[in-house]
Design a protein around this ligand. Structure first.
Ligand code: PLP
Length: 393
């Protein structure tokens, strides 16, 4: 590991394993003082020593050392060229879709995160950009949606909340054949389990609020690009113009969260498998959606592109009464929106995460009033199961 004395150079840590990369980031220590915990640069502006003598930092809206450390670390972890940290996952996606021109067409996963759907329909729709939603697990259906205006594919895999699996390599081939971008929302798996840029994606987006931060303590968004100068210039301009860059304190929270990402993801993955198998046997549970089941239709594709299944499970129960009992009866498990933190959270997509999606579309993809989503935390799995068992009985 190199000893840096400035903010210009950093180490991509190519020879490190992922577990070491998350701990040591880009610069790792602060280069001037050696501070082991990267400082929170709570400053709006930076002093210039003389005319034309910038330290590389001029004004925090453009760049801040703490945010830069986070952005570089994310680029290293996703094997990307550059990273950009936004004030939320929504802000990251807003910045993403502005790359399109009026008349352009986007193809998205059909059970996409509700907020992404809202950005498409309610914001960019009125600027003449068109959005088509399709089950990305079905490549023939994907191809059938292509028009001469298709400029982007936006994929979640596994999807939220139906756990459909898209083949990133194959969709990347389709996108490349028509000169369109492939964007993967990697929030559910994180680069610990899946690195879409290595599989042919052009851009990775994250809600950093979820597993990257990992502690349900801040809101953040991240974009990582492949080595494409047009994309890099686009996102730099968005941060500078929209002024929606992540603040220094929040950047620091993500840097700290990242240090335990590998450990947390292992535990989320292990616990989710135990909970999914238990749920599947429960008489009041009618169906469990979990990509780690060997009989899941996307299991083989997932095994070919990811090294784990993550901590998310969806399931349907026998009645709305059971839903009510479960949501009100859990004790350690928290009935709350969001996912990816240390605490197990239980969510009701119909009125929470997917509320913006029109009722018929929701019903068509299977998000009914008996549908529940659970973000399995890192507690002891016996306690998670005990809590579910009691609430369900
Ligand atoms: C939460 C989430 C978002 C939005 O991120 P925020 O940080 O809440 O703005 C986008 N995509 C997915 C898959 C999410 O789970």
């Amino acid at each position: 590991m190199k000893n840096f004395t400035n903010y210009t150079d950093f180490d991509r840590k190519e020879d490190f394993h992922f577990e070491s990369k998350v701990v040591h980031g880009a610069l790792g220590c602060e280069p001037l003082t050696g501070a082991v915990s990267f400082p929170i640069y709570q400053t709006a502006t930076f002093r210039h020593r003389g005319l034309g003598q910038s330290t590389g930092f001029d004004y925090t809206r453009l760049q801040n050392p703490t945010r830069q450390e986070l952005e570089r670390t994310m680029a290293i972890l996703e094997n990307g060229k550059e990273g950009f940290a936004f004030s939320s996952g929504q802000a990251a996606n807003m910045a993403l879709f502005t790359i399109l021109d009026p008349g352009d067409h986007v193809i998205l996963s059909d059970d996409i995160y509700g907020g992404t759907y809202r950005i498409g329909e309610d914001i960019f729709g009125k600027y003449g950009i068109k959005f088509t939603y399709v089950d990305m697990a079905d490549l023939d259906k994907v191809k059938a949606c292509i028009t001469p205006e298709t400029k982007m594919f936006f994929v979640e895999t596994p999807t939220n909340p139906m756990m459909h699996i898209a083949d990133i390599r194959k969709i990347s081939e389709i996108a490349k054949s028509i000169g369109a971008y492939l964007v993967v929302d990697n929030t559910f798996l994180t680069p610990y389990f899946q690195r879409p840029l290595d599989l042919g994606a052009d851009i990775v987006v994250h809600s950093g609020t979820k597993y990257i931060g990992g502690h349900n303590d801040t809101i953040a968004g991240l974009v990582i690009t492949s080595d494409n100068q047009t994309l890099i210039d686009h996102f730099r301009l968005q941060l500078k113009s929209h002024g929606n860059g992540l603040a220094a304190l929040d950047s620091w929270l993500l840097i700290r969260g990242l240090k335990t990402l590998a450990l947390r993801m292992e535990k989320h993955n292990e616990n989710a498998k135990i909970v999914a198998e238990w749920l599947r046997k429960h008489p009041k549970v009618t169906k469990v959606y979990y990509a780690g089941f060997e009989d899941h239709p996307g299991y083989d594709v997932m095994r070919s592109q990811s090294t784990g299944f993550g901590g998310m499970i969806s399931f349907a129960v026998d009645s709305v009464e059971t839903v009510k009992k479960l949501l009100e009866g859990v004790d350690m498990i928290l009935f709350a929106e969001s996912l990816g933190g240390t605490e197990t959270l239980i969510t009701y997509p119909m009125t929470q995460t997917h509320e913006s999606i029109p009722a018929e579309r929701r019903e068509a993809i299977g998000i009914t009033d008996k549908f529940i989503r659970i973000s399995v935390g890192i507690e002891h799995p016996d306690d998670i199961i005990k809590d579910l068992e009691r609430a369900l009985s």
